[in-house]
Design a protein around this ligand. Structure first.
Ligand code: NAD
Ligand code: LMR
Length: 348
């Protein structure tokens, strides 16, 4: 019974990952290297299911769960699952250093989520300070870790972390990522339903940023290609992908934003980082990173992950006229969100 359940979870997880090795070996770690993953905000709506998914991942040997409160309970709970990762819970700022020391990957889902009617930028006033203080601790305790930022507004929180690391003298642009994987999952899911193709075979790059029109799915590059989609269909799919987060926020009616799908997306992206660190070739995911593929200093696109983090930021590829227009329209909002983050980090 347990085996059958685990098998179906593994199969689902494997299908979701474009790099397709998710949880292939749930119980045997073989000769896998030791890898410590820290989750900051681990007691939250995303943090808890993300902790569970990483506890199931054989690439993780040590799972460090940090939050301002509640993590001893989450850690005790997931630690009873009989998989490789040793779990430790840390609560409160005085334990943050211990939580971070020796981490290979740090994932940050700490901070407040949206309520209906809010934009992601409305979270800036609270979350900017949270990300800044967590980035300061990362610079001190695990400056070589790959950092995966989930906390919104991602278009600003990633530049904030970059500034903090620059000030601390630890910045390595290859190691800082804004997690945009959920945009990709949404684009894949919505496209598969409309184009009537098997969802597990679909790939769609999503570029730009992570808020409203800055989220730009490139359906002209979707595979398998579909010639049954009209221009109106592509416009509607684009809009639904851009509004995917809001769809969940409204459905949750004040109880927060995407948590379960985000945990899954975060687990896929963290696994891609771990595989890259472990030397697995051809690991490609979309992420919001320092970039020179446009004139903007940070931009989401496909990136190749490797032993040092970002090995290569891949270009946009051929765009349809509609996508070219979308790209031009997103630039001013994305630019000002990036500048807002940089300004905050340099003034505070
Ligand atoms: N990148 C994305 O695609 C994406 C998707 C969904 C949600 N998000 C964002 O993720 C964030 C978290 O969402 P959630 O639903 O899990 O929220 P939540 O309120 O359920 O959980 C947030 C957790 O962060 C903790 N926290 C607050 N300050 C902290 C600090 N200084 N150090 C450590 N932990 C701290 C809280 O105690 C809480 O447990 C939000 O900003 C949300 O907008 C991003
Ligand atoms: O929409 C939100 O506020 C959360 C997240 O950014 C998402 O895309 O689900």
């Amino acid at each position: 019974m347990r085996t059958a359940l685990l098998r179906s979870v593994e199969t689902a997880l494997r299908r979701g990952s474009s790099s397709s090795h998710f949880l292939r070996r749930p119980f045997s770690s073989g000769s896998l290297p030791d890898r410590k993953v820290a989750i900051l905000g681990a007691a939250g709506g995303i943090g808890q299911p993300l902790s569970l998914l990483l506890k199931l991942n054989p690439l993780v040997s040590s799972l460090s769960l940090y939050d301002i409160a509640g993590t001893p309970g989450v850690a005790a709970d997931v630690s009873h699952i009989n998989t490789r990762a040793e779990v430790a819970g840390y609560a409160g700022e005085d334990q943050l250093g211990k939580a971070l020391e020796g981490s290979d990957v740090v994932i940050i889902p700490a901070g407040v989520p949206r309520k209906p009617g809010m934009t992601r930028d409305d979270l800036f006033n609270i979350n900017a300070g949270i990300v800044k203080s967590l980035a300061t601790a990362i610079a001190k305790y695990c400056p070589n870790a790959l950092v995966n930022i989930i906390s919104n507004p991602v278009n600003s929180t990633v530049p904030i972390a970059a500034e903090v690391f620059k000030k601390a003298g630890t910045y390595d642009e290859k190691k800082l990522f804004g997690v945009t994987t959920l945009d990709v999952l949404r684009a894949k899911t919505f496209y598969a339903a409309k184009a009537k193709v098997p969802v597990e075979e679909v790939n769609v790059p999503v570029v730009g940023g992570h808020a409203g029109i800055t989220i730009l799915p490139l359906f002209s590059q979707a595979t398998p290609a579909s010639n049954s989609l009209s221009h109106e269909d592509v416009k509607a799919l684009t809009k639904r992908t851009q509004d995917g987060g809001t769809e969940v926020v409204e459905a949750k009616a004040g109880k927060g934003s995407a948590t379960l799908s985000m945990a899954y997306a975060g687990a896929i992206f963290a696994e891609a980082c771990l595989k890259g660190l472990n030397g697995v070739p051809d690991i490609i995911e979309c992420s919001f990173v320092q970039s020179n593929i446009t004139e903007l200093p940070f931009f989401a696109s496909k990136v190749r992950l490797g032993k040092n983090g970002v090995e290569e930021v891949l270009g946009l590829g051929p765009l349809s006229d509609f996508e070219k227009q979308g790209l031009e329209s997103l630039k001013s909002e994305l630019k000002s969100s990036i500048e807002k983050g940089i300004k905050f980090a340099s003034e505070n």
